[in-house]
Design a protein around this ligand. Structure first.
Ligand code: DQQ
Length: 596
């Protein structure tokens, strides 16, 4: 009886309670940036990459690996971001969640959280659960679209009672509730069944819909077609009855089943975002993103709505190859991402799921698995050749204890501790100058195209080069026996300089069973300017790095055993023979986000 009364009370007062739960709005960014002077620990010594260590008695409990300012549910499994949006002053975030365990289970729900600032979050009740014949085996990924008069609609994939993938519609129960706590599934679901000739379990993840110049809606759905992996295109007058176009919006014979396609405009000039509602025409390019082979691939091009066709700038066959040479949002762990246009700040924001690198049993022991990368603002580079990503500016509200240094030489084969203490939660921005660029070594190009992933695996951070490897050692133990290295290595290839960026996990943990594969990519900058920058966010078991001011991003998952909490340190290092100069380094400890 008592429990019942409590439940009724919650039902009646849920909006007030939520207001209480929501953290206060924080509008001023950077006011916590008080400069505390720090002793600079400058022990320039040889890097000792000691690999053997008596750690058997020091293995830490799994919770040491839990992050403190990245978005996670309180427990259990999370994967894809779904339907992020801004509605009546509040950011909404939905995600794929197994509420019953720390491992994937097809009976996914759409979990739902809200925030004023994209950093601090309150978890709400699930928005969608598998309860009806059209989604009884799972509410899978999808998107939110806004109908006229600011009316959000969810389009999501249901796994129906015969295990086929169908597309369903859900509508807010109460538009005046800014928290959009309750969603009603449309009575005539499913609204789109798999087309004839398509495998019924390869038809999923509708994009945000857009209106063509004729006023009709378009939506793209991922899958596998006779054209290869594809974004199948549909149109509708009323958002309920949908008709398939003969050809996909875009496809690739070289890829597997496309999951979570995303399609959106970006401005040719400036960093502002744009929505489809601003019209089609000059001044924009379009991004086509598809998730397959465990990574998010994209290409840039033009879209002619009258022809219902996206055309890649790179020509068919040069994109979506599924190998390491095409454009990717992130060359580490980052999957099933989704963007949305944040009208409140005229920016486009990217969310991406970062999975674990440990075993299923580890996840069960931890009681959770998966997190979201810090939301990133995303825009087109000045060259128009790629996208740029940068953590949303709101993340700065968590910065504490500013450390900085300027114009510091980092001689060949040396390390230098920065921040001078606990570095398990850190934001660091560093800019390197390369006075001896000409000394860069040549790389053998006889075998044709260079694969950065292979180069990073062969030349890990301990291999002495000439101009590099240099960069940061994060989540490092005192004796450096454990660390993750994020570094650059400048090479000469095909008569020019190339900038290799790597994340080397080979010494990130004494645990043998975790995946320590190196991640690598090139950074599209002209090293002749003799400068390169790196920003890295560290949060216990995640390392997110942004090279060349956000041109190349690499996210890693690592599970240190010694370099945990107060025992984690941060170093700059140079393992090349040539001196590099730290022209500027700024680092902050990060406080916890409120996620409850
Ligand atoms: N995850 C969802 C699917 C999607 C996949 C299921 C991508 O809708 O294709 O949880 O990670």
């Amino acid at each position: 009886m008592e429990a019942r009364i409590v439940c009724m009370f919650f039902e009646m007062n849920t909006t007030n309670l939520l207001f209480d739960k929501m953290p206060p709005k924080r509008l001023e960014i950077g006011k916590y940036g008080l400069v505390v002077s720090f002793v600079i620990l400058l022990t320039c010594n040889r890097i000792g990459f000691v690999v053997s260590h008596e750690y058997a008695n020091e293995v830490h409990t799994p919770q040491v690996q839990r992050t403190s300012y990245h978005f996670q549910p309180l427990k259990n499994w999370m994967n894809d971001p779904n339907g992020p949006m801004f509605y009546k002053g509040i950011y909404h975030f939905f995600y794929q969640h197994n509420p019953n365990g720390a491992v994937f289970n097809s009976k996914m729900v759409w979990a739902h959280s809200i925030s004023y600032d994209l950093i601090n979050w309150v978890h709400l009740n699930h928005a969608l659960e598998p309860t009806d014949p059209f989604d009884i085996n799972g509410c899978w990924s999808g998107s939110v679209s806004f109908l006229p008069e600011n009316k959000p609609r969810i389009l999501y994939t249901g796994i129906d009672s015969s295990s086929q993938q169908v597309q369903n519609l859900a509508i807010p129960a109460n538009y005046s509730d800014p928290f959009l706590e309750k969603w009603r599934k449309f009575s005539q679901n499913p609204i789109i069944a798999p087309p004839d000739g398509l495998e019924r379990n390869r038809f999923r993840d509708p994009t945000t819909a857009w209106q063509g110049p004729d006023g009709e809606w378009r939506v793209a759905i991922g899958g596998q077609t006779s054209y290869g992996g594809a974004a199948m295109l549909y149109r509708s007058e009323d958002f309920v009855r949908w008709h398939q176009f003969r050809f996909p919006l875009y496809s690739s014979q070289d890829s597997g089943t496309w999951e979570c396609p995303d399609f959106y405009p970006v401005m040719l000039n400036g960093t502002n975002g744009i929505g489809f509602s601003s019209g089609f025409g000059v001044g924009v390019k379009y991004v086509m993103k598809a998730s397959f082979n465990s990574s998010d691939h994209y290409t840039l091009g033009s879209y002619v709505p009258e022809k219902e066709k996206f055309t890649s700038d790179y020509g068919p066959g040069f994109d979506f190859k599924g190998i390491n040479l095409g454009l990717r949002y992130d060359y580490g762990k980052f999957y099933a991402s989704k963007t949305f246009y944040d009208s409140s700040q005229k920016r486009r924001i990217l969310w991406g799921w970062v999975n674990e690198s440990d075993s299923r049993q580890d996840d069960i022991n931890k009681g959770w698995s998966g997190l979201q990368a810090i939301p990133r603002k995303i825009w087109l580079s000045k060259t128009g050749r790629q996208l740029i990503q940068w953590p949303v500016k709101e993340i700065k509200m968590l910065r504490r204890n500013h450390f900085s240094l300027h114009h510091k030489e980092l001689r060949g084969r040396s390390t230098m501790e920065v921040l001078g203490g606990s570095a398990s939660q850190v934001d660091v921005e560093v800019s390197f100058e390369l006075p001896y660029l000409e000394e860069a070594e040549s790389v053998d190009t006889r075998w044709g195209v260079l694969d950065p992933q292979v180069l990073c695996s062969k030349r890990d951070a301990s291999v002495n080069g000439r101009v590099g490897p240099f960069g940061l050692l994060v989540l490092a133990s005192n004796d450096l026996s454990e660390h993750t290295a994020i570094y650059f290595h400048i090479l000469k290839a095909h008569n020019r300089y190339v900038v290799l960026m790597c994340s080397d996990q080979s010494r990130s943990s004494f645990r043998k069973e975790v995946d320590k594969t190196a991640h690598g990519a090139f950074v599209d900058i002209d090293p002749c300017y003799k400068k390169i920058s790196l920003r890295t966010l560290v949060d216990h078991s995640i390392v997110e790095s942004f090279g060349g001011k956000g041109k190349t991003c690499i996210t890693s998952r690592v599970y240190p055993t010694l370099a945990v909490n107060n025992n984690a340190r941060l170093y700059a290092f140079n393992n090349g023979t040539q001196t590099v100069v730290i022209s500027s380094l700024k680092a902050w400890n990060m406080s916890n986000a409120e996620i409850k």
